[in-house]
Design a protein. Sequence first.
Length: 251
Amino acid sequence: MRFTGKVVLVTGAARGIGAAVARAFAAEDARVAVCDVDEAGTRAVVGELEAHGAQALGLRADVTRSADVRAATENVEARWGQIDILVNNAGGFGRVRPASEEIPDEEWDAILRLNLTSAFLCSKAVLPGMKRRRWGRIINLSSIGGRGGTVLLSSHYAAAKAGILGFTRHLALEAARFGVTVNAVAPGTTATERFKALRTPAETEALIERVPAGRVAEPAEIAACVLFLASDAAAYMTGATLDVNGGVLMV
Ligand SMILES: NC(=O)c1ccc[n+]([C@@H]2O[C@H](COP(=O)([O-])OP(=O)(O)OC[C@H]3O[C@@H](n4cnc5c(N)ncnc54)[C@H](O)[C@@H]3O)[C@@H](O)[C@H]2O)c1
């Protein structure tokens, strides 16, 4: 068991990649805080983890709001005394916007806040404890959409997911001396509920044709990379981005 004794906070963990990350950590004996705005989904994931004998805690928090983030992290610390691993996974976008001039200003702000500012707020809340204990792992979910111009999605999402990489590198530099690593995972298209709702079957077919691996990723495959970055095997990796995209983008 790679994560016995560790406390993990996963944001946006009520479904999709976040839920897969929560399941994978629980399977490796971590204590897992499942944080999401979706209370019913959070309860379901916590119930599932507990049914498998894991220690799990559900937290209703909107990670774009600093008061919610503070309350959530205090809650985890009150229960388990610490947060060792933070996975900044909450994110996404409502619809593909191929023309930036059609993006309402408020939508631009909201997407930046959900995909970028949230990672800042959560990291800010956990860093002091990690630095004090001289051990910590922060893993940020970027996207192939923020890595290279290979997938036409939306410029606000691309900007936020590219921004996450700059944030990851700077935070890595700040935290390295304290035994805290900060890395990013940049998935290609992954078969989550959000992905399925976003495209028609014909659009999905067309997308898959452009993937050298001939398929999209499963959430568990992205989770496996997150766990690697949190593990001792990756202790000397910091400021890095793992591209997990079936060969769509090779850099
Ligand atoms: N699925 C993909 O193809 C793909 C590809 C690249 C990157 N990503 C990134 O991976 C992450 C997870 O994606 P997914 O497809 O699993 O998404 P998803 O939409 O299936 O799940 C996202 C979760 O985040 C929660 N959430 C949304 N806003 C929140 C908020 N303000 N506070 C707390 N929780 C909130 C939602 O309730 C949901 O449970 C995102 O950051 C996404 O940008 C996904």
